[in-house]
Ligand binder design. Structure first.
Ligand code: GUE
Length: 296
């Protein structure tokens, strides 16, 4: 039996349409568009492509996209000064500094310099703490998108065994927090875990975010499991995930493809966070329940 393919691209298109409606309503009340500032340091070709597609999606949703490009050798002080300017600018609702940054710049210091209430990436320690303690804040876009996709195929997440592969600040850790918030029993496995397949075999929900091409094989999965593949690995064979799709699709109940799965949701959630930020900053109520509707 072959798994249901979770169409992240289609789901993201629906979310973006709801965001565009929300933007229209926001503009009518605020007299301005929500503004997202994206800062790119250096000339990494993959980052360039990604920043361009983010700018396009931002404008298509009716928002203002403000791009700042700095040379790879920019002094950290200059980047921090730009962040301070964006923090103080009332027309900017969201600030995203594209990661990774060049090695001479302390990433944590830059993230900590962003106003937590404009931190639409959800990377600031204040937002990580809010997520961990159940306070409202910004949730990192990729894990947020993963939960939306899970809810689109599962009637409830409550009580399910969830296994997260990877423990990064950007995906693994916030993913585990979100699944816990949804009342899953959560296991995080990582490079030092003994017998990774044994943990994965117990998972009703598997989220793979390790960055190792096709590491997770179909015969490691519990039959019927819901598999969310966050990996985007460029190989000679093209773009592949962290899950060996060909074998996994025969065992899983539902699975995201790469590309066309989690990636498009990340961008849509970034726009969602920017609109919600704009609403909060202007005191205009945004119907987050409608925005985050999942369809099941
Ligand atoms: N501050 C910061 N925030 C980020 O959210 C952030 C970042 N830095 N640095 C880079 C990573 C990467 N990332 C992706 C988002 C969408 C796709 C995406 O839409 N992928 C498509 C197309 C893939 C392709 O063809 O390259 C897909 O999976 O279908 C990919 C990658 C966000 N990141």
């Amino acid at each position: 039996m072959s798994a249901t393919i979770i169409d992240g691209k289609a789901f993201a298109a629906g979310l973006r349409a709801r965001i565009a409606d929300g933007v229209t309503a926001f503009k009518a009340k605020a007299g301005r568009a929500p503004g997202l500032a994206v800062v790119l340091v250096g000339e990494d070709p993959a980052s360039n492509v990604y920043v361009r597609s983010k700018g396009k999606a931002t404008r298509e949703a009716g928002m203002e996209s403000i791009e700042h490009r700095l040379p790879a050798d920019v002094p950290a002080e200059k980047l921090l000064a730009l962040v301070a300017t964006l923090n103080a600018d009332p027309t900017i609702d969201g600030i995203l500094v594209q990661l990774p940054l060049p090695k001479h710049i302390d990433e944590q210091a830059v993230i900590a310099a962003i106003d937590p209430d404009k931190d639409v990436d959800g990377f600031h320690p204040i937002n990580a703490g809010r997520l961990a303690t159940g306070l409202p804040g910004f949730v990192p876009c990729t894990p947020f998108g993963c939960v939306m996709l899970l809810k689109s195929v599962l009637p409830t997440l409550s009580g399910l065994e969830a296994v997260v592969v990877g423990r990064s600040n950007i995906v693994g850790k916030p993913m585990a927090q979100l699944l816990l918030r949804e009342s899953c029993t959560v296991t995080v496995v990582h490079s030092r875990t003994q017998d990774v397949p044994a943990h994965i075999r117990r998972a009703d929900i598997l989220v793979a975010a390790v960055g190792i091409p096709e590491m997770i094989k179909g015969d490691w999965l519990k039959p019927g499991a819901t598999v969310i593949d966050v990996g985007i690995n460029r190989t000679d064979a093209g773009l592949v995930g962290d899950v060996d799709f060909a074998s996994a699709v025969e065992v899983a109940g539902a699975i995201t493809p790469v590309p066309g799965g989690v990636g498009p949701m990340t961008i849509a959630c970034l726009l969602r966070n920017t609109l919600v930020s704009a609403g909060r900053r202007e005191g205009i109520a945004m119907d987050e329940a409608t925005l985050d509707r999942t369809g099941l």
